[in-house]
Design a binder for this molecule. Structure first.
Ligand SMILES: Cc1cc2nc3c(=O)[nH]c(=O)nc-3n(C[C@H](O)[C@H](O)[C@H](O)COP(=O)(O)OP(=O)(O)OC[C@H]3O[C@@H](n4cnc5c(N)ncnc54)[C@H](O)[C@@H]3O)c2cc1C
Length: 392
């Protein structure tokens, strides 16, 4: 016997789980299909840093909305997101000082609790930090990180409690279209009759788009993470740090470890998302160790504890596609979060629910315009306003 759903979501990462929660909360009958297990894609391997530092007002607002959800997760969603508020420091080269100042002013305007900080002020905040006077810096008081697996499971559980079905080990093998409208999906657990599909499959989204002749410009890139034990003499670093001068981010991981990754987009390598090296390279780990020491010399005696690799689903402008397919009624896409989609997950769930249910507020219209599919063909990609980061 086949199933019927109002909406089928393909992909059980943060995006799909958050969307399932929002749709089920509005009384929509949802089936989420995940070919593996919840969080098996990018989400489960994410560094899960939560910061509001964007140069685009719409994205900064999405990040701020999502932060409030992470901070109040048990009340708003239920369950645990593992959010730890550490504060977030961003360093940029002197040449990017004006851009940083402009961004921080915009972020303050949208309500982000952030401000520029001098080298002296940062040294007062943490005497172990080495801050050359030439670097410009800002501090975000409410930044931190979360547990991506818990967050996703909690969203899925909350969706389930509101009537959604969460199918794991259920691969979608085809989207069936009749007269230019979605009529169902074929899965390894049988056919689901539906008029609406949301493709939340990130790096796998192009495979799914191809079934309905939708060409999604999303490539799968391998990105690495290294971990280090903290030296006995120091409990640092305590903040989340994005050091654009050293092209490195890092954050505490629980009480004992520091986790680090590159913020240089060129560090990614194109791979098959179903078959790639999931470990971290020795050279990468050594390189991270050297770069952390530029700000935290005490880390010179930190023990390397290995690492892992995960996939970024990357679009040409490093921003997602959140839109309806132009030529197939009932087919929607929310994919290509390009290495910064975890923190936006709570807001994206709302955006997907609004899009699918055709809710049109001025904010929803602005968001849909920014992340529309056609922007690449039109030659109008999303442009970050600062030079120091592509994902901004
Ligand atoms: C190493 C690393 C560090 C990161 N650090 C950060 C960070 O600090 N902050 C931040 O905000 N973001 C970060 N990100 C990015 C963030 O994790 C991703 O943008 C986000 O998790 C994407 O979530 P998603 O649900 O869209 O995709 P995914 O989590 O990739 O989920 C897609 C799912 O679709 C499933 N799927 C694919 N095909 C099918 C099919 N045919 N049928 C059924 N299911 C299917 C896959 O199995 C997968 O589980 C990082 C990512 C990585 C890899």
């Amino acid at each position: 016997m086949s199933e019927t759903a109002d909406v089928v979501i393909i992909g059980g990462g943060i995006t799909g789980a958050s969307a399932a929660f929002q749709l089920a909360s509005r009384g929509v009958r949802v089936i989420l299909c995940e070919k593996n297990f919840l969080g098996a894609g990018s989400t489960g391997r994410s560094s899960a840093i939560i910061r509001q530092h964007y140069s685009n007002e719409i994205t900064a607002r999405m990040a701020l909305y999502s932060l409030r959800v992470f901070q109040n997760f048990a009340d708003v969603v239920g369950g645990d997101a593992g959010f730890v508020q550490t504060g977030f420091v961003i360093f940029v080269e002197a040449k990017d000082r004006a851009g940083l100042e402009e961004n921080v002013a915009m972020q303050q305007h949208v309500g982000v609790n952030t401000r520029l900080m001098s080298a002296n002020e940062l040294r007062e905040l943490d005497a172990h930090l080495v801050v050359p006077d030439k670097l410009a810096a800002a501090y975000e008081f409410e930044g931190g990180y979360a547990d991506p697996a818990s967050t996703t499971t909690s969203f899925a559980n909350a969706a389930k409690a509101r009537g959604a079905q969460i199918w794991q080990d259920a691969r979608v093998t085809n989207v069936v279209v009749a007269h230019e409208r979605v009529v169902g999906v074929e899965t390894t657990r049988g056919f689901i009759s539906t008029n609406t599909v949301v493709n939340c499959a990130n790096a796998w989204a192009p495979q799914i788009g191809a079934w309905v002749n939708l060409d999604l410009p999303i490539r799968a890139e391998r990105h690495q993470v290294a971990t280090f034990g903290r030296p006995a003499s120091s409990d640092r670093p305590r903040f989340v740090v994005a050091d654009f001068a050293a092209s490195l981010y890092y954050r505490p991981e629980g009480g004992q470890l520091t986790l680090a990754g590159s913020i240089d987009p060129a560090h990614g390598t194109l791979v098959n998302p179903d078959n790639f090296n999931q470990g971290a390279d020795l050279e990468f780990i050594a390189d991270c160790a050297e770069r952390i020491q530029r700000r935290y010399p005490a880390m010179a005696t930190a023990e390397a504890r290995g690492g892992w690799s995960g996939i970024y689903g990357v679009t040409p402008d490093w921003h997602p596609i959140i839109d309806a397919a132009p030529h197939v009624a009932g087919f929607f896409v929310a994919a290509g979060f390009s290495g910064h989609g975890f923190k936006l997950g709570p807001a994206v769930g709302v955006m997907i629910a609004d899009m699918v249910m055709n809710v049109s507020t001025p904010t929803a219209q602005l968001e849909r315009t920014l992340f529309r599919y056609q922007r690449f063909a039109e030659g109008k990609p999303v442009q970050g306003k600062y030079e120091y980061s592509i994902a901004g």
